[in-house]
Design a protein around this ligand. Structure first.
Ligand code: BG6
Ligand code: MG
Length: 212
């Protein structure tokens, strides 16, 4: 086997919570009269909650205080968590579950490397609470992607060297983070088009050919 472990981004890789992030930010932006669309939303992939807010506020004429920004971020998160509450184990696709099971059966360690502070709640909704060998998320990092911190922490939790781990991402910022940390990466969607990506994928099950 080429790798000993696989570290997965969560939003947009394991599940489609990226659409809920979009809906929640859209509600906040509409409420403020700020223009927001899917193209701007793509810039938020892998980026922390407060940094995402700053990107959306590029289109806001008013200068906001730190307290006002905090209120907006909390408002967005409240909408987002409400949307996550609708998720069930049925939202985990059979392709993702079967691929994860095959990778694990072959002896690979599996971990999460996500910027989200809601990662553990999402894993619980999907029935994956105790599935992964390690979870590194927005609650244990101080710098978000493209900084490699979240993946370096995941590798540390697994007691593995970055060179032995493959990172799976849907965000360009994520594959840049992987490269900066000395990890190979496998990219889906816009991440597959990044110059920094090691393996471009068309679908999640391509991992079988890449990681085994
Ligand atoms: C990442 C998403 O996984 O988590 C970003 O790709 C999001 O879009 C970030 O901003 C932080 O998420 P949360 O759940 O902590 O607001
Ligand atoms: Mg993602």
């Amino acid at each position: 086997m080429k790798y000993k472990a696989v570290i997965f981004d969560l939003d947009g890789v394991i599940c489609f919570t990226d659409k809920y992030h979009y809906l929640a930010w859209k509600k906040m932006a509409d409420g403020m009269g700020i223009y927001f669309d899917e193209t701007i939303n793509n810039r938020l992939r892998g980026v922390s909650r407060m940094e995402s807010l700053e990107i959306i506020l590029e289109r806001c004429d008013k200068e906001l205080t730190q307290e006002e920004k905090q209120v907006l971020a909390e408002e967005k998160n409240k909408t987002y968590v409400e949307l996550l509450g609708q998720m069930t184990e049925k939202d985990l696709s059979s392709e993702v579950k079967e691929t994860l099971d095959s990778l694990r059966k072959s002896g690979l360690k599996l971990a999460i490397g996500s910027s989200s502070k809601n990662a553990k709640f999402i894993l619980e909704r999907l029935g994956l609470k105790d599935y992964f060998d390690a979870v590194s998320d927005g609650t244990n990092i101080s710098k978000s992607k493209p900084d490699p911190e979240v993946f370096i922490k995941a590798a540390e939790f697994l007691h593995m060297a970055p060179a032995d781990c493959l990172v799976v991402e849907d965000a360009k910022a994520g594959v840049e983070a992987a490269k900066a940390g000395g990890f190979d990466s496998a990219g889906l969607g816009e991440a597959a088009e990044s110059e920094a990506v090691t393996h471009a994928m068309n679908s999640f099950s391509d991992l079988i050919g890449i990681a085994l």
